[in-house]
Design a protein. Structure first.
Length: 500
């Protein structure tokens, strides 16, 4: 019997009422294992209404009450991390170790939310004038929404809702319809931790659900992670409806390798950063820029390592890389490799014909490595979101930095070098929001914020960290003046000597 994933509204399961369902496949087999209910406008409205009603009390609740729930949720999440990782593997396809890593990174933000007290404390200036004090405080927005992608179905929602609800907001999550089960399990654990009904809601669906969240007058802010075209649409539409928006888009992350670099370390880093999680992550390294005469040696070292990667089902402990999320996406990724030679690239490894014995109907693709890729090639210009690594060659650092900065994306980047001065110049000159020095995937820890530049971010706020707290709250300044108690009205004795 096919499993059905329903919505979570007002603290309980809400069966889909629209009559529309989407298929969820096991990427390793290609088999449809689950149906997910797609929300109608009315169902989205019901979730927002539940969140609005819950905000009346949750928004006034104490910090101690909120963090107490989050501490209990953290303990439950830790206890169930294997179960959640298995749900991710079954619907996304990534190997179990990658799925566990995703849950661990989500836990970092739950940790941050448990200690939100420090981030929410205000400021006070006394005696700015005679008997006048000024205080700055931060207050929750109300109902906020999160629209999250398929590649991290547990981690990215946890980049949003723990901070949002810790700040006193209520939350409506619209996860990816391709792998929805993890989000519902998180909702169940929140309820078990004691989160009041309506504070966290999940609605599944497609553009109907997304557009309703973007236009709903009771939704005060929208967080999004996904591709650049959709991020731009989210930002434009939600802003036009008066909402605060943080919309994180796509990437084309470059790894600059200087002639003095440890090439073995650089090759190890390039392979793990390009092919980990089958390249389906916005922080994947998809372009290596080799400076000077090291190109041939570096490419050979990458090839040697890439050929040894074990591809198979995510629930097989021997697998190091799983399938892609859908057959359609697999075919799109393969098209970039198929057309690379005609665009001037040298195809060192072609993984487009890869299959796995016993799982022939899975969404398989192997490792692809393209060398001497021109900047005019589609494989370089587009975000492929698959296990395809492009290598570009330049003669000098100056040409390399100009090449990187010419990209419309500015999410993450890295430099590999032994020279501190070169690394310092790079981190100041490169136009990207996250920079790694001998670190290929520079995802910040939870108490720093994640976000890119240029077409990788729309809106002023990065996600989680201090930016996340500021995004989910708004500032208020209170100026207070009290009369001196010695000037109390006639007949009122407060025990102070009279001034008159």
């Amino acid at each position: 019997m096919t499993k059905i994933v329903n919505h979570w509204i007002g603290g309980k399961t809400a069966e889909g009422a629209s009559g529309t369902y989407g298929p969820v496949t096991n990427p390793a087999t290609g088999e449809v294992t689950t149906k997910v209910a797609f929300a109608s406008v009315e169902e989205v409205d019901a979730a927002v209404a539940a969140a609005k009603e819950a905000f009346r009390t949750w928004g006034q609740s104490s910090l101690a009450q909120r963090t107490s729930v989050l501490f209990k949720f953290r303990a439950l999440l830790d206890a169930h991390r294997d179960e959640i990782a298995e749900l991710i593997t079954a619907e996304h396809g990534k190997v179990h170790s990658d799925a566990l890593g995703e849950v661990a990174r989500g836990l970092e933000i739950v940790d941050l939310a448990c200690g939100i007290n420090v981030q929410l404390k205000g400021e006070l200036s006394t005696q700015v004038a005679s008997r006048v004090d000024v205080a700055s405080i931060r207050q929750p927005l109300g109902v906020v929404a999160g629209i999250t992608p398929f590649n991290f179905p547990a981690m990215v929602p946890m980049w949003m809702f723990p901070l949002a609800i810790a700040c006193g907001n209520t939350f409506v999550l619209k996860p990816s319809e391709k792998d929805p089960s993890a989000s519902v399990r998180l909702a169940e654990l929140l309820a078990e931790a004691g989160l009041p009904e309506g504070v966290f809601n999940v609605v599944h669906g497609d553009k109907v659900a997304v557009d309703r969240l973007l236009e709903h007058p009771d939704v005060k802010a929208v967080s999004f992670v996904g591709s650049t075209p959709i991020a731009r649409y989210i930002h434009t539409t939600a802003s036009a409806n008066g909402k605060r928006v943080q919309a994180l888009g796509g990437a084309k992350n470059h790894m600059l390798v200087l002639p003095d670099a440890d090439l073995d370390a650089a090759a190890d880093a390039a392979v793990s950063a390009a092919y980990g999680s089958a390249g389906e992550r916005c922080m994947a390294i998809s372009a290596v820029v080799a400076v000077g005469a090291i190109g041939d040696e570096l490419v050979e070292k990458i090839r040697e390592r890439a050929e040894k990667i074990k591809i198979g089902p995510g629930d097989d402990p021997a697998s190091e890389m799983g399938p892609l999320i859908t057959a359609t996406h697999r075919d799109k990724v393969a098209s970039y490799v198929a057309g690379a030679a005609d665009e001037g690239a040298e195809v060192v490894l072609d993984g487009t014909g890869h299959t796995v014995d016993g799982f022939e109907n899975g969404h398989w693709i192997g490792i692809s490595l393209l060398d001497k890729v021109p900047t005019t090639a589609k494989a370089y210009q587009d975000e492929i979101f698959g296990p395809v690594l492009c290598v570009l060659r330049t003669e000098t650092y100056e040409v390399a930095i100009d090449l990187i900065n010419s990209s419309p994306f500015g999410n993450g980047t890295a430099i590999f070098t032994r020279d501190g001065g070169a690394a310092r110049r790079f981190q100041l000159e490169v136009e990207a929001g996250m920079v790694g020095v001998n670190v290929p995937i520079p995802v910040p820890v939870g108490y720093h914020s994640f976000g890119g530049w240029k077409d990788s971010l729309f809106g002023d706020h990065h996600i989680y960290g201090n930016d996340g707290t500021h995004f989910y709250t708004r500032g208020k300044v209170v100026t207070t003046r009290w009369p001196d108690p010695a000037d109390a009205p006639s007949g009122v004795d407060l025990g102070f000597p009279r001034n008159h």
